[in-house]
Design a protein around this ligand. Structure first.
Ligand code: FAD
Ligand code: SF4
Ligand code: SF4
Length: 414
């Protein structure tokens, strides 16, 4: 596999990745240190390792080879077609959960929940590592090991804001039983790169399901919603970011019995108010290229115009994914709709196409700021960058340079 980007500068440590705000808070730092380093919420509303100078040399080396702030790699196998934007896949199609309740509660059409539950019900996996609302603080999220379909369904839908699913990876691997994971593309990228130094990963993490991802907001986005409503976080009993419809409203309930709702567009239409992590603006794989199956929204033009019954677009990437989907369809757990071509998917996710094309310029901006871009393999960053006209390339390059310099100065102590 070839390196997609020139690497003039080298990142040497997790401390540097965190200082440069390239950490996404995946939780691997916690998993690989046996919990000696934990994931903590920063004042800016991001999950970050509690310490960056407490790693042994071995831990640091293993982290640097897997951390999403350092490296990202597509996971490919024979029998696939590679599209420059969508990556290696077998086929893509509309899909949704057959069970109406799953489809209703899920983020979109419940494809991921249906596939996770099907993996358990058919014995392919014994549990699923994923995330859900923290019962103690429902605005925040925590990792969970779901051992039955009801638990997978209880932790359905999108959790916006910081999540650290890989903080649960050590517990999952220690069980020494086959498991599935449902997570963001960056999390699954880290699982894949970790497999090179830990053979248990490929042996035990037998099914990998990704949500296609436009970016993770910091907790400050959720806190701003509470502030606007005049609610203290301690009063919150439910914080549902979406679902119960597609996309469904963001719903907040309090101990006093009050209920507030915001439409999806009220929450997310203005992208400048997302307070998205720096790593997301530089994300070389938001489409789940290290997954077996990735699941996306399919709104023409990339944004909903109203509510619907819930339709996913799924990208079936591997033989494992194809087998799981085929079995779920045969068991009436999943329904397949029409096939989706790569160019049709471009129209359903235009923001993803624009971001992929802009990355080469943004990485150049990072290099110009003296920071090593994320090392990418098999993700076609240079090839997609050549599609940009010189004026747009320069805008993206200088924008990235300024953003990373500002982000880095925010990470420095006062
Ligand atoms: C931060 C974020 C940004 C997104 N941006 C886009 C986008 O740009 N384009 C797009 O098509 N779709 C995006 N989505 C995905 C979309 O919201 C749906 O999750 C996706 O369509 C899958 O729908 P589903 O009904 O199959 O998922 P469901 O059946 O509802 O299952 C969702 C699964 O994902 C897990 N999960 C939820 N949130 C997280 C998280 N933050 N980290 C790790 N695991 C999580 C849950 O535990 C659950 O198992 C985003 C989701 C998130 C969380
Ligand atoms: S992205 Fe993950 S592995 Fe990298 S520094 Fe952050 S928590 Fe650690
Ligand atoms: S945009 Fe990329 S880095 Fe950000 S949360 Fe999504 S997959 Fe992770």
């Amino acid at each position: 596999m070839t390196n997609d980007t020139a690497q003039p500068i080298t990142t040497n440590s997790i401390a540097e990745i965190v200082a440069n705000d390239l950490c996404i808070g995946c939780g691997l730092c916690e998993a690989l240190t046996g919990g000696r380093v934990t994931m903590v919420m920063t004042p800016a509303g991001s999950l970050r390792p509690s310490s960056t100078d407490a790693f042994t040399n071995r831990e640091e080396a293993q982290l640097m080879a897997a951390c999403p702030g350092a490296v990202a790699e597509a996971r490919t196998e024979d029998g696939t077609t590679t599209d420059p934007v969508w990556g290696a896949h077998r086929w893509m199609s509309y899909a949704w959960a057959d069970q109406p309740d799953t489809r209703f509660r899920a983020a979109t059409g419940g494809a991921l929940t249906a596939l996770g539950a099907h993996a358990l019900n058919t014995g392919r996996a014994e549990f699923v590592l994923h995330v859900g609302a923290d019962p103690e603080r429902p605005m925040r999220s925590r990792w969970v090991l779901s051992e039955d379909a009801d638990s997978v369904r209880a932790n359905t839908s999108s959790r916006y804001g910081p999540t650290a699913p890989l903080a649960g990876l050590a517990a999952a691997l220690e069980r020494r039983r086959p498991f599935a994971i449902i997570a963001k593309p960056c999390d699954l990228g880290a699982v894949h790169t970790l497999s090179k130094s830990d053979p248990r990963v490929d042996e035990l993490c037998v099914i990998r399901l990704a949500l296609v991802c436009g970016g993770q907001s910091r907790l400050s986005k959720s806190q701003a919603v509470l502030h606007e409503l005049g609610i203290d976080e301690s009063e919150v009993t439910l914080f549902r970011y979406r679902g119960h419809g597609n996309p469904g409203p963001t719903v907040i309930e309090t101990a006093a019995g009050d209920r507030y709702a915001k439409t999806y567009l009220d929450m997310w239409e203005d992208e400048s108010g997302w307070e998205v992590e720096t790593r997301c603006k530089l994300c070389p794989d938001a489409l789940g290229e290290a997954s077996d199956v990735a699941s996306a929204d399919v709104w023409p033009g990339g944004a909903p115009t109203g509510e619907d019954e819930g339709f996913n677009g799924i990208i079936v990437r591997t033989a494992v994914g194809e087998d799981l989907v085929g079995s779920a369809v045969a068991s009436s757990d999943l329904v397949l709709g029409d096939p989706i071509t790569p160019r049709q998917f471009d129209n359903l996710q235009p923001h993803q196409v624009r971001k992929k094309e802009a990355l080469a310029a943004r990485y150049q901006g990072l290099s110009d700021a003296g920071i090593s871009p994320i090392e990418t393999h098999g993700l076609r960053i240079a090839e997609l960058g050549r599609r940009m006209d010189p004026e747009r390339f320069e805008q993206q390059r200088s924008g990235a340079q300024q953003r990373i310099e500002a982000a880095r100065s925010r990470q420095l102590p006062d």
